[in-house]
Design a protein around this ligand. Structure first.
Ligand SMILES: Nc1nc2c(ncn2[C@@H]2O[C@H](COP(=O)(O)OP(=O)(O)OP(=O)(O)O)[C@@H](O)[C@H]2O)c(=O)[nH]1
Ligand SMILES: [Mg+2]
Length: 444
């Protein structure tokens, strides 16, 4: 993950405050200094590092921790919210809504333009198919600068099952005009246009792109940036923005060993969103950029947003209400627990759910362990089934003689009943934490 480097540093900083710690001015200063150092280590420009830290400081100044919230949780919540807003708030929808006109793809040589053209075609087509719209997408290249550039696109377009248009003329502006007329004549909804890059930003490239842009009048102009190039990519982006203008960036090669500094700074420095990130060389390796998800994983909270999204989509309304109530009051009963087990089985398997949970993201759990987990859930369900209603609502009443009766009824050992009660109290603690971050909201 692109922000792994930052996540490793930042996620551990909260521990020092402890659950009963206090946010003294000295402790806050110390904390912010370490965050600042981590940002600079990750190749975030100094001015951007300063801006972020000052932003967090201004929120923390003179504020008192709301009752019921531990210092570390409160601080995490504040930093999470500032991170989200810093990284751009919402997912930018310029790609999702790009289903007509022209998407113009620009960038330096080797930044990943051609690969990104095919990835975009596939992503946009699939997103529209998801919404039951079929979209006619064509791709074309006006890169005559590098021999074989056109054939490269022809090949990857074919692999991604995208229609490829080959221009007859080798003049970029003539070819751009021809691709556009072809799109109109043949009724393609979307044309994704690949352009030539140069090693460095130069006048000739900028002039050529300006002309092409005025010819095709793109509905979306994208700048492709190689995440590996660090702060240099911010300077490139600034020049492109001044000379040509673009709507959003696509960051490529986020799967490689980048410290993520440029990505962190991009939105602040350019006042434009990151639309998507390239995560590999294949045509399926492009993902929309989710600021909230990036912020969660930087704080080691796992990808809770994705979890909530999946849960909202798949969990029945009544279960959802029950869980939301349990979370907002912090009171989880064994009945809720049983209902949660049902919900998890509807979400798929434990493995699917686990990868979203805090602290679990980086652990790999073996298939044997998972199978054990699934068996355990089924056993828990049976055990809860042999309890009385009172026991389910008030597990505190379950003494030794009740445990014996429940175990007999469920056909399990007494230690299995104890095991369930232990897991249940762990779950209660976890749910309280999730509720505190306000991350588990009900369905709208
Ligand atoms: N690992 C990884 N490699 C990528 C990604 N995007 C592109 N690449 C690789 O980067 C190299 C350059 O990609 P291209 O798409 O040819 O770049 P370009 O900007 O079109 O290059 P020019 O046309 O020469 O200017 C290729 O080897 C791609 O496979 C990515 O997200 N992850
Ligand atoms: Mg290319």
């Amino acid at each position: 993950m692109m922000f792994d480097f930052l996540a490793k540093k930042i996620s551990t900083l909260f521990d020092r405050f402890g659950r009963s710690g206090r946010l003294t001015p000295v402790a806050i200063d110390d904390f912010l200094r370490t965050v600042h150092d981590s940002l600079l280590d990750a190749d975030v420009p100094l001015a951007v590092g300063d801006a972020f830290v000052n932003d967090v400081r201004s929120v923390l100044t003179g504020v008192t921790i709301p009752s019921g919230l531990a210092a570390d949780d409160f601080l995490k919540k504040v930093v999470y919210e500032r991170l989200v807003s810093f990284l751009g708030g919402q997912v930018t929808d310029c790609l999702v809504s790009a289903n007509r006109g022209v998407v113009l793809v620009m960038g330096l040589q080797g930044s990943g333009k051609t690969t990104t053209v095919a990835k975009l075609g596939r992503l946009i087509r699939e997103r529209n198919e998801c919404d039951k719209r079929s979209l006619r997408v064509m791709v074309a290249s006006v890169d005559f600068y590098r021999p074989a550039a056109i054939d490269q696109l022809a090949l990857i377009a074919q692999q991604a099952s995208l229609f490829f248009y080959r221009p007859q003329e080798s003049d970029p502006t003539v070819a751009a005009r021809a691709a556009l007329s072809y799109q109109k004549e043949h009724g393609y909804d979307l044309l994704i246009l690949d352009t030539a890059g140069r090693l460095h930003v130069d006048g000739e490239m900028l002039d050529e792109l300006c002309t092409i842009k005025s010819i095709v009048k793109p509905s979306v102009s994208l700048l492709v940036l190689d995440a590996m190039t660090g702060q240099e990519s911010l300077r490139v982006a600034t020049t492109f923005n001044e000379k040509i203008g673009f709507d959003a960036a696509v960051l490529t090669k986020t799967d490689s060993d980048t410290r993520g500094g440029a990505a962190f700074a991009f939105r602040y420095a350019l006042k434009k969103p990151i639309a998507a990130v390239g995560t590999g060389e294949k045509s399926g390796d492009l993902a929309l950029f989710h600021p909230k998800r990036a912020a969660s994983s930087m704080l080691g909270m796992g990808d809770l947003e994705s979890f909530v999204e999946l849960a909202n989509a798949r969990i029945r309304d009544e279960d959802q209400k029950r869980l939301t109530r349990a979370l907002s009051t912090g009171k989880l009963t064994l009945e809720d627990f049983a209902c949660q087990i049902d919900a998890i089985s509807r979400l798929g398997s434990i493995s699917q759910v686990l990868k979203f949970l805090p602290g679990m993201a980086s652990h790999s759990v073996s298939p044997e362990k998972l199978e054990e987990g699934e068996q355990e859930m089924r056993r828990f369900k049976v055990i809860i089934g042999s309890m009385t209603r009172k026991e389910r609502l008030l597990p505190a009443v379950i003494d030794t003689s009740r445990k014996k009766r429940i175990a007999r009824g469920a056909g399990v050992a007494m230690s299995d009943v104890q095991d369930l009660l232990n897991k249940f109290s762990e779950m209660q603690h976890l749910m309280k934490q999730m509720g505190r971050f306000g991350l588990f909201r009900g369905r709208k």
